[in-house]
Ligand binder design. Structure first.
Ligand code: PGA
Length: 251
């Protein structure tokens, strides 16, 4: 049995007051759920608040990005060791918004992945194709290359302590979810690709689906054999919705 994980990606949303209510709602609403790991990834300034609200509970804290550098003259950056120092567990790496808007390349993503693993954090590595790439029939080529960039740099064994999130770009924030079959196909492809390097790691790694996951579609997605939970954007900002998604993974 693989770990089921539901991770909330708040993106650049939140305020002290809103977060407090949201976090309290998630902690109480997911209490006692078995067989699912619940994670909340907030913007950097709110990590301190996350720690306050979540430490000692069953909900894990995570960040949405980190620097590939360890320390020094990198104005505006946050290192893996700082996040670790802070007691964080998870960090999202290579989200498509970071690749598309902030110019992160596959090389940067691989370096960030390594920085996270070296610091003892669990990276949630995001891969996914654009609509044009899907329509051109090159989804597997695109996600395969995104995965290879990381395994080529750190080795497949380093994936043992990581999570993968398949997030088709056309499904993120659009309300257009991949069908369970479309997602399963890519998840199986990713798992096979990892298996060609290390079968044991492939069997154990959790591969999450992300892209317009909601309480109403989570169960059918999570029922697929290679979908081990979700990375949740918009729906993670509403505790009732997020809690329902966690419940769907726990079933
Ligand atoms: P969404 O975002 O659930 O709002 O589509 C998912 C993500 O970008 O991680």
């Amino acid at each position: 049995m693989r770990n089921k994980i539901v991770a909330g990606n708040w993106k650049m949303n939140g305020s002290l007051a809103l977060n407090e209510a949201l976090l309290k709602g998630v902690v109480s609403g997911t209490a006692g759920l078995e067989g699912v790991t619940c994670v909340v990834c907030s913007p950097f300034p709110y990590l301190f608040q996350l720690q306050g609200e979540l430490s000692g509970t069953h909900v894990f804290s995570g960040a949405q990005n980190l620097s590939q550098y360890d320390k020094g003259a990198y104005t505006g950056e946050v290192s893996a060791s700082m996040l670790r120092d802070f007691g964080l567990t998870y960090v999202i790496i290579g989200h498509s918004e970071r690749r598309a808007i902030f110019g992160e390349t596959s090389v940067t993503v691989a370096e960030k992945f390594k920085a996270a693993v070296d610091a003892g954090l669990v990276p949630i590595l995001c891969v996914g194709e654009s609509l044009a790439e899907r329509e051109a029939g090159i989804t597997e080529k695109v996600v395969g290359e995104q995965l290879d960039a990381v395994t080529g740099y750190v080795g497949a064994e380093a994936l043992a302590h990581s999570v993968i999130a398949y997030e088709p770009v056309w499904a993120i924030g659009t309300g257009r979810t991949a069908t369970p079959e479309q997602a399963q196909e890519v998840h199986a492809f990713l798992r096979n690709r990892i298996a060609s390097l290390n079968a044991e790691v492939a069997a154990k790694i959790s591969i999450l689906y992300g892209g317009s996951v909601k309480a109403s579609n989570a169960e059918e997605l999570f029922a697929m054999p290679d979908i081990d939970g979700g990375l949740i954007g918009g729906a993670s900002l509403v505790s009732g919705e997020f809690n329902e998604i966690c419940r769907a993974a726990a079933r």
